[in-house]
Design a protein around this ligand. Structure first.
Ligand code: S3P
Length: 429
């Protein structure tokens, strides 16, 4: 098992960072959606991390030809998606498993999706139930809730009108992919607009997806092959956020995060950091599939406590790092309406609070959130519970008080160069 020790920074840092990991959500979708065209997709800055490389391997097992030329990835789709001769391993990636479920349910053939011990314990009925209700044949442990999942794909899925009880971009994306394989228009509705990379990218490929005034999304099955993707993946705001928190809690610090996705459904955590007192500025540079630009975060004095109870889907992945900012702030911060945290790579309500309590921070658990009393973080040994965002959040905490973190291989699932950037902070001035 890999462990890391972080030492306290004695000075602030001032850096421009253009090496934040490429966006994980968009990279998964590149690997999967390329299968839907009849021409090669060209992808620059695809995230070379375990999760997204697993998506790419699955795309290859389904018949795509993968070619790397320096940093440019070309995915040539098969004429028709082929039935693979082996199981498809998603590793730790919930996005891969749920999106492939949606796609493969409507393709003739037998497909078995599995994952690591963490993914095999995460709920899949949020996609398998609605997919089964439109004719998909999916089998798995716990009545189809737990992987391995066996999909007996069939091209006769029924169009649907589905109002999801969960605000999840993974569920939405799975249903959009399934809806594209039916014969009539399907409709999907969610409580709040979750990250909309699927709609943006598929629209760019020629799929007609319309948002109606009553918040239903209409999905029109495409009548002709889709255009290929030609995309440079922006940097991941969720990965950049670890360093945004570092800049907000360490006196005399500033970081410029270059070429980030500025998609409004992805920058809410930065808005909360601004509300807590950090300086946060955006500079829009281009708009190709997504708004893309730089985010500048600087320390402006101590942070103040905050209440987070709305737009949770827009910052769900950043809540562990935000918890470190809350622990360093003045007052009692609260998070509510965030039950989804319990269904992530670990039960993040439990893993965040276990870690913070070890660091001497007072906190209180609720079913759907927590409260954190700002104080002085103390050195501790933190279990990541195999969850990349827990490992990286407490590594950032280590910049203020030293920290040991165990079971840190998981960082490679989303941000393989995280430690390199972290270590560079101490050399920046
Ligand atoms: C993701 C959606 C989110 C997020 C996950 C990636 C995606 O999950 O937490 O890291 O790429 O669609 P949910 O949509 O299930 O909340």
């Amino acid at each position: 098992m890999k462990n890391i020790s972080i030492t306290k920074l004695h000075d602030g840092f001032d850096i421009v960072c253009n090496t934040i990991a490429a966006d994980k959500s968009i990279s998964h979708r590149c690997a999967i959606f390329s299968l839907l065209s009849d021409q090669p997709s060209v992808i620059k800055n695809f995230l070379k991390a375990e999760d997204t490389l697993n998506s790419l391997k699955i795309s290859e097992a389904l018949g795509a030809n993968i070619e790397w030329q320096n940093d440019i990835l070309t995915i040539t789709p098969p004429i028709t998606i082929k039935e693979p001769s082996d199981i498809l391993n998603c590793g730790n990636a919930g996005t891969a498993m749920r999106l492939y479920c949606g796609l493969l349910s409507g393709i003739d053939g037998t497909f078995i999706l599995t994952g690591d011990k963490y993914l095999r314990n995460r709920p899949m009925n949020r996609v398998t139930n609605p997919l089964r209700s439109i004719g998909a044949k999916i089998f798995g442990r716990d009545g189809g809730n737990l992987a391995p999942l066996c999909i007996q794909g069939n091209s006769k899925l029924q169009p649907f009108k589905y109002h999801s009880p969960i605000d999840s971009a993974q569920v939405k994306s799975a249903m959009i992919l399934a809806g594209m394989n039916t014969v009539h228009t399907s409709y999907y509705k969610e409580g709040i607009l979750t990250r909309d990379h699927t709609e943006r990218m598929l629209t760019g490929m020629g799929v007609k997806i319309e948002s109606k005034a009553d918040d239903w999304i209409a999905i029109f099955p495409p009548r002709k092959p889709l255009a290929p993707l030609n995309i440079t993946v922006p940097s991941d705001p969720s990965s950049g956020f670890f360093f945004a928190v570092a800049a907000a809690i360490i006196p005399n610090s500033k970081i410029v995060l270059k070429n980030m996705s500025l998609n409004p459904t992805r920058v809410e955590a930065y808005e909360v950091l601004r509300k807590m007192g950090a300086s946060v500025e955006y500079e829009l540079k281009e708009d190709i599939y997504e708004p893309i630009g730089d985010i500048v975060i600087s320390y402006t004095g101590g942070l103040k406590a905050v209440t987070v109870s709305t737009n949770i889907a827009w910052l769900i992945d950043e809540l562990p790092a935000l918890a470190i900012a809350m622990a360093c702030s003045d007052g009692i911060s609260t998070v509510s309406d965030a039950l989804e945290l319990r269904a992530k790579e670990s039960d993040r309500i439990s893993s965040v609070l276990t870690g913070l309590k070890s660091c001497g921070i007072e906190c209180k658990e609720a079913e759907d959130g927590y409260s954190i009393v700002g104080g002085n973080l103390q050195k501790a040994t933190i279990n990541s519970f195999g969850d990349h965002r827990i490992a990286m959040s407490f590594a950032i905490a280590g910049l203020v008080c030293d920290m040991n973190i165990t079971d840190t291989e998981c960082i490679d699932t989303s941000f393989p160069n995280f430690m390199e950037i972290l270590l560079s902070l101490g050399r920046s001035k």
